[in-house]
Design a protein. Structure first.
Length: 85
């Protein structure tokens, strides 16, 4: 995850331009079912990921989780998951 930590220093939330934090693995595990369900609803989508959800970035201001799939961060707002408290 070293590369993600380096990325963290140059990345900002695409919505609010605020700082991001790296999601811990328990958060990633908790959001995985939500992430899978989101993509299953778009089963006809050509952009459905074939990889594994391996991490993510969190914007605490927006309460959004930006997934990292196979080492590739996805900062498309439509792909972000809402954090549940
Ligand atoms: Zn934000």
């Amino acid at each position: 995850m070293t590369n993600l930590r380096e990325l963290l220093e140059i990345l900002a939330c695409p919505q609010c331009k605020g700082p991001l934090s790296l999601a811990d693995q328990s958060t990633v595990q908790a959001l995985r079912p939500q992430w899978v369900e989101k993509w299953q609803k778009q089963a006809d989508s050509q952009s459905a990921p074939s990889g594994e959800l391996e991490g993510g970035f969190i914007c605490t201001a927006c309460q959004l989780f930006y997934p990292v799939v196979d080492g590739i961060p996805d900062f498309v707002l439509d792909d972000a998951l809402a954090l549940q408290k």
